[in-house]
Design a protein around this ligand. Sequence first.
Ligand code: UFG
Length: 329
Amino acid sequence: MILVTGGAGYVGSHLVMALLEAGKDVIVFDSLELGHIEIIDILKKYGNLKFVQGNLKNLDDIRGVFLVNKIEAVVHFAAYSQVAESVQNPQKYYYNNVYGTLNLLNAMLEFGVNKIVFSSTAATYGEPVYTPIDENHPQNPINPYGNSKLMVERIMDDYDKAYGLKSVRLRYFNVAGADSKSRIGEWHNPETHLIPNVLKATPDKKFKMFGTDYGTKDGTCVRDYINVEDLAVAHIKALEYLQNGGDTNYINLGTNEGNSVKEVFAACEEVKGVSIPLEICSRRAGDPATLVADNKKAKEVLNWIPQKDLTDCIETAYQWEKVLKRSSK
Ligand code: UFG
C-alpha cells in the first residue's frame, strides 16, 4: 500500500487518481484543513482507497496508520505552501512542515519503511543566479516556506546517511491545470495562483496583474508552468525508481519553458473566448522575475518528459472552474 499524506489536496489528489488508475492500493492521510473530503469521495470511485483523517503534528495519528497498514512507500505532500503567509507566520510553517515531517519520518523508521517521495519546491532555490535552474543551483530560500522545505530536504539527507532512508525530493516549478476528465482539480481557499485567478475574474473582481516593470520580455514575471497530470506521472516514476533500489536523489519538475504573466493572461482569454477584466497592480512582494527549470535530470533519472503544454493546463483548469462553479464551491 502507498501512503499519500495530503492526498486530499491539489497535487496529492492527482497523484492518488493516477495511482488508483494504475491499480495500486492507496491510503490517504490528510487533516482536511486545506484538503477536501469531497475530493476523497470522488477518488474512492476509482480504486482501493482508504482515508484516514489526522494531523502530522500528532505523532500518534500517523503512528496509527503504520500500525494497522502495510505501507511499502510514502509520498509526502501534506504542508502549508503560501509564501506570503509563511513570512507573516513562520512558526506555523516550521511547526507544520518541519515538525510534522519529523513525526512522519519517525513513524517510518519505527515501522521499517525506508522509501519516501517528497514534494519540494523551486522556492528552495531562492532568487535565481542563473536560468534555467538546474539541481546544482545554490539553495538559498528567501522565505520561511522555502526554508521549511529545504530543512526537510537536509533532514532527509541526514536520515539516509544514518538510517538508510531513501528519498526522492521533487522540486516543482509552477503546478497548473486539472484532471483531463474534470473529475478533480485545483481548489484553494483563498486562491492565490495565477491561472485560476485569471479564469475566475469578473467585472466586479478584476484579475490583478502584479507588476509590469520586471526586466523580462514583456515586463511581467516569467514562470515554468508544469501540468499537474504530468507531475503525477513523475511521482509514480519516482516511486518505481525507489522500489527498484534507486538511491536518494533530488529532481526538478518543470518544462524548460517560461511563460510571462501577460502570455498566460492572453492564453486564458483565448481559451475562454472573451476578454477578461484586468487591473494592473504594483509588484507582489517576494516574486522573482524569472523561474524556469532545467529538466534534463528528470529525463535522465526518471525517464520523465512532460507531455502537456500551457494550453492543456488552462483548458483543463477552465473546465474544472466550471465544475466548482456549478457546485458553488
Ligand atoms: N500573479 C498575478 N496575479 C495573481 C496571481 C499571480 O499577477 O492573482 C502573478 C504573480 O505575481 C507571479 C505569477 O503570477 O508573477 C505566478 O504566481 P503564482 O502565485 O501562481 O505562483 P508563484 O510563482 O508565486 O508560486 C509558485 C508556487 C509556490 C512556490 C513558488 C516558488 O505556487 O508554492 O512558486 O517561488 F512557493
